[in-house]
Design a protein around this ligand. Structure first.
Ligand code: UD1
Ligand code: CA
Length: 471
């Protein structure tokens, strides 16, 4: 059976009290809307239609590489009005239409499949997914007759106190046959407390027309929890994070404290990697096998090879760390950093757009920006690449086997040739030829006996002062 899937994503989400459209808020680093799209992609969806209105351009951008068709709602006048906009896109579509609310991201494919199966087996025109909530606040209530047949859905804002006491809710997932769906949608009115065209009114329309409709109960309440407020979002975020941590544990990753491992949805981690408490792995980071990542470290969109060690309190962004590289503690790797095999970046070192060759080291207190550093180079403590002249950025090139003494400033553009040595405390302004020594600092002067003479002179001063006071 093929279906058409319609994802409702046009609302602003007033109850979020945010400037950003609700479906653009991230859950585990991934925009909310992508959760529904992924569910749709894992079902036999012949077409995936996403209805947008608020911040449509931004939503479209998020969906750029997804196999979705965008449907504009113009003004979002309600969920029923939203589905009606898909009519021409679905003209002549023979199969059933699945409708998803984009603000219910945790729904599982299995639950929807059981809904589709029931719909088909029973030959109904309309099938709903309902759930029983201990606290049904904010949801539409499912009204049934004494025999248990569906009668209607009543939104909380329109419900009587007796209806509000009902705990069976509408979860926002529907399967409907296209001809029935679009004929029912044309009958909707906005004659309700919110003056919206409610999709939920198609239930009573089916009943009135004597068409068969039914409901499937969701197996657990978490997967059908909708996000209407920031508090809902925080709760769902936690649930998603828990699922992600469980997945990594099941794939052989060691998380010393799963609840504090903050791992985004698209991150991959190799087995036998050890993650200490309070580590953030963000974006599309790829972490290899046998890595060790210590506490209070944030890794955003990086690629780590096998057996990379990141010590405590590091920030790594858009960088590549090859096998056996070591970073930190307290290091900052900014975008464009590449550490080749076994390279080492130590304490209080900042690196930007710089390549460190195999086995090269910058162990302490250093800034490396716009540099290309060869193999087995030693960068002494306190080295600074002066890459910015106030107007432009310039490159520093350090070839293989160079030794840069501590407290060196390399004024870019500058090249240090293979095997050269730079004396500590140098300011290097000109290229250094291979295998040579460069020293660029004031020559040391020695004045013998100077310190002793000064001490004596001071002593004299004191005696004189004491004497003058006595007099
Ligand atoms: C809706 C249901 C309610 C159900 C709940 C489940 C209606 C009238 N009510 O209520 O019965 O219990 O979901 O979570 O359907 N949207 C549009 N266009 C619009 C309005 C909304 O695309 O004009 C989208 C929103 O972006 C959102 C979804 O539809 O993704 C649901 O809208 P929302 O306003 O959150 O509906 P609820 O009040 O939660
Ligand atoms: Ca909602």
């Amino acid at each position: 059976m093929t279906i058409a899937t319609v994802i409702l994503a046009a609302g602003l989400g007033k109850r979020m009290k945010s400037k950003r459209a609700k479906v653009l808020h991230a859950i585990a680093g991934r925009p909310m809307i992508l959760y529904s799209v992924e569910t749709a992609r894992r079902l036999p969806s012949d077409k995936i239609l996403v209805v947008v209105a608020h911040q449509a351009e931004a939503v479209k951008q998020v969906l750029e590489r997804q196999p979705t068709q965008i449907i504009h709602q113009g003004r979002p006048l309600g969920t029923g009005h939203a589905v009606l906009q898909t009519q021409s896109a679905l003209a002549n579509f023979p199969g059933p239409v699945l409708i998803l609310n984009a603000d219910v991201p945790l729904i599982t494919v299995e639950t929807i499949q059981s809904m589709l199966k029931t719909h088909q087996d029973r030959g109904d025109e309309l099938t709903l997914l309902t759930a029983t909530f201990s606290n049904p606040k904010g949801y539409g209530r499912v009204i049934r007759n004494p025999d248990g047949d569906l009668i209607s859905i009543v939104e909380e804002a329109d419900a009587t106190p007796a209806q509000r006491a009902l705990r069976e809710v509408n979860t926002g997932f529907y399967v409907a046959n296209a001809p029935f769906l679009f004929s029912a949608l044309k009958e909707l009115t906005s004659d309700n407390s919110q003056q919206e065209y409610y999709l939920t009114d198609i239930v009573q329309i089916a009943v009135r027309q004597g068409l068969k409709s039914g409901a499937v109960q969701a197996p657990d309440s978490e997967e059908v929890t909708g996000i209407n407020t920031q508090a809902d979002l925080a709760r769902i975020e936690r649930a998603v994070r828990r699922r992600i941590a469980e997945r990594h544990l099941s794939e052989g990753v060691t998380l010393l404290d799963p609840p504090s491992a903050w791992i985004d949805a698209d991150v991959t981690i190799g087995r036998d990697t050890l993650i200490y408490p309070n580590v953030h792995l963000e974006g599309a980071s790829r972490i290899g096998e046998d890595c060790v990542i210590h506490s209070h470290t944030r890794i955003n969109n990086c690629r780590l090879g096998t057996a990379v060690t990141v010590m405590d309190s590091c920030v790594l962004t858009e960088s590549v760390l090859e096998e056996g590289a070591t970073v930190g503690p307290f290091a900052h790797l900014r975008a464009g950093t590449v550490l080749h095999k076994g390279a080492k970046i130590g304490n209080f070192v900042e690196v930007k757009k710089t390549e460190m060759g195999e086995g090269s080291k910058a162990n302490h207190l250093t800034y490396l920006g716009d540099a290309a550093i060869g193999k087995e180079v030693n960068i002494g403590a306190g080295t600074i690449t002066c890459n910015y002249d106030g107007v432009n950025k310039h490159q520093t090139i350090i070839e293989d086997h160079v030794f840069v003494g501590s407290d060196t400033q390399l004024i870019a553009p500058v090249r240090v040739g293979r095997g050269a040595v730079i004396g500590a405390g140098s300011t290097i302004t000109r290229d250094v030829p291979p295998d040579s020594l460069a020293v660029g600092r004031a020559r040391q002067e020695i004045k013998k006996g100077w310190a002793r003479r000064r001490k004596k002179a001071k002593g004299k001063d004191k005696e004189e002062i004491v004497k003058s006071r006595k007099e």
